[in-house]
Structure formats: structure tokens, C-alpha cells
Design a protein around this ligand. Structure first.
Ligand code: AMP
Ligand code: ZN
Length: 119
């Protein structure tokens, strides 16, 4: 069910401390940790501690935690000092868009230039 821990979910296990991660920020409702396969000098994932399959499901269920995730994405960018040059917040949603982990997460990417349209 939405919001409840899923035992087969990698990010639920990271939130629970059962899988190690390079955590950079934590709040009551969110966890931010470095991506294991970084695509930019700063590549951090911000996840809600509760389980939702994607960002839209999170937003439909809990506006406050959705805002927490976005605020924390900005805080990560500031902490890594990429806010001045600009950074990208990405929510891959669905297989065709590249989503591979089915626990909502924001990618915070910075420290290099980015093209538009994205690949
Ligand atoms: P997405 O493809 O948008 O679902 O993003 C999933 C992200 O999770 C990818 O960028 C992976 O590199 C990252 N990832 C997978 N396993 C781990 C892990 N154990 N710790 C940190 N990041 C991970
Ligand atoms: Zn999960």
C-alpha cells in the first residue's frame, strides 16, 4: 500500500539502514544520499522515507512530503555549492523515462553543464 515499507524495495532498505549509503542529509521525512553511479560531479538522490512508487504517486498522496523532497533537493544543491551555477532536479517516471527503482526519488545533478532537450 502507498506509504508503507516494501520489503523488496532497495530504497526502503537504505532508509532502514539495512543497505549502506553515502548519506548527505536527513530529515524526519526524507533521506538524501549519493548515487552509486554518478552522472555528474554532484549526483544525489532525495527520497521520501515512506514508500511511493513514483513522484506523481507521492504528490497525489502527501503534498507536505512532496514539498519536503523538493526543499531538500535545493538544500543538497546549496550544500554541494552547485546552486550558484545551476543544477537539475529530475524525477524519472516510468520505464520509458528510465525509472529503474520504484521508490520515488529526485535526482539532484550539478557541477557540470546540461543540455536541453535532455537525452
Ligand atoms: P532511476 O533510474 O531514475 O530509477 O534512478 C535510480 C538510481 O539509483 C540510479 O541512478 C542508480 O545509479 C541509483 N542506485 C541504484 N542502487 C543504488 C544504491 N545502492 N545506492 C545509491 N544509488 C543507487
Ligand atoms: Zn521503497
Amino acid at each position: 500500500m502507498a506509504g508503507e515499507r516494501q520489503d523488496d524495495c532497495l530504497f526502503c532498505k537504505i532508509v532502514a539502514g539495512e543497505v549502506p549509503a553515502d548519506v548527505v542529509r536527513e530529515t524526519d521525512t526524507t533521506l538524501a544520499f549519493r548515487d552509486i553511479n554518478p552522472q555528474a560531479p554532484t549526483h544525489v538522490l532525495v527520497v521520501p522515507k515512506a514508500h511511493y512508487r513514483d513522484a506523481a504517486s507521492l504528490a497525489a498522496a502527501d503534498a507536505r512530503v512532496t514539498a519536503d523532497v523538493l526543499r531538500e533537493a535545493g538544500e543538497v544543491a546549496a550544500q554541494d555549492r552547485v546552486d550558484g551555477t545551476g543544477y537539475r532536479i529530475v524525477f524519472n517516471t516510468g520505464t520509458g523515462a528510465g525509472q529503474t527503482v520504484w521508490h520515488a526519488h529526485a535526482h539532484v545533478l550539478g557541477g557540470r553543464g546540461f543540455n536541453w532537450p535532455p537525452g
